[in-house]
Design a protein around this ligand. Sequence first.
Ligand SMILES: C[S@@+](CC[C@H](N)C(=O)[O-])C[C@H]1O[C@@H](n2cnc3c(N)ncnc32)[C@H](O)[C@@H]1O
Length: 319
Amino acid sequence: MSYSDHRDANVKDFNKSKALAYDSSWVKNILILCCHWILRHDSKLPLINLPYNDKQDTVNDVLKSSILTNIPISRTFNDKSCLKILDFACGTGLLAELMTPYLMPNSEFIGIDISENQIDLFNSKIDKILQLNSTLKIHSYQFDIVDENFNNLNNLSKPDSLVYGSFDFILCTLSFHHLSGISKILSELQKYLNDGGKLIILDFYDGEDDPDYNGGDDHHGHGHEHEHGHGHGHGEVSSVHHRGQSPQALKELMEPFKFTNVESDIIFTFDHWLSMKQLSHHIPPSKIKNVIDTAKMRHFNKVDEYLVNRNMVMTVCEK
Ligand SMILES: C[S@@+](CC[C@H](N)C(=O)[O-])C[C@H]1O[C@@H](n2cnc3c(N)ncnc32)[C@H](O)[C@@H]1O
């Protein structure tokens, strides 16, 4: 399947109804944790040697302690005003909503996504975001950073602020496993970073690398359509996507791009109810029988679901 076929499958999948259902409390909770980990990331400290280490936190533990109201924001985000941040594959702007109140004055936060419906929802949040942090410049755009044909076909021009060498941070949350043509994407993202700028990726990992995953090129895997695995849109058919990759596999994926200080680790684990169909798409085949035999089960929206413990991997690399 070529990059453009895969991208088109994603555009079709992240349609209006999917976009409207996306901001579920489950996704929000996961993103609260992602935001927490991004904001406390300290350029001067190793990823897993942060001021305190709560790697064992589950979503519920962190939410119970309302930790987002008390984030130990690192020097990286606290010391510098005018940070320029790109949220790549930004979706409906949930991360923007969570993160921007903590950014220093005059920072710029730009979201890019190939789905018009996701971008519409992002844009609908901007006024509320500006009420909390009025000095911020915040915009989101439908744009494909690697395929000019898509942009031409959809009359999309390159946003003025999307300039090579200008970003302090590029963030990519919960999206990496949806992408194909990873090498084209990574090489473009690297160009958008300034010297010393950081790419931060947060994505799922379920205990085994996907042999179908071809990080360097277009996706050559199974190519079927399947149900989305983020706990929303039950019963829907969705885009082609891979399982997330291990910290080691992600480090290896970054090697050709000459990033420095590449770090990758599991930062938190969380419980997730998955249908049988979702299990087959996200959990390594060798683990499925064990999940069915041992996991807690519930009947939800007429579907049997199993409670699965999943991992979030954070990968940080510097240009
Ligand atoms: C699961 S959503 C995650 C959205 C958001 N980052 C978040 O954390 O909520 C995945 C997003 O990736 C976007 N996407 C998929 N392929 C893309 C590509 N090639 N370029 C940009 N965005 C892409 C989809 O449109 C979708 O909005």
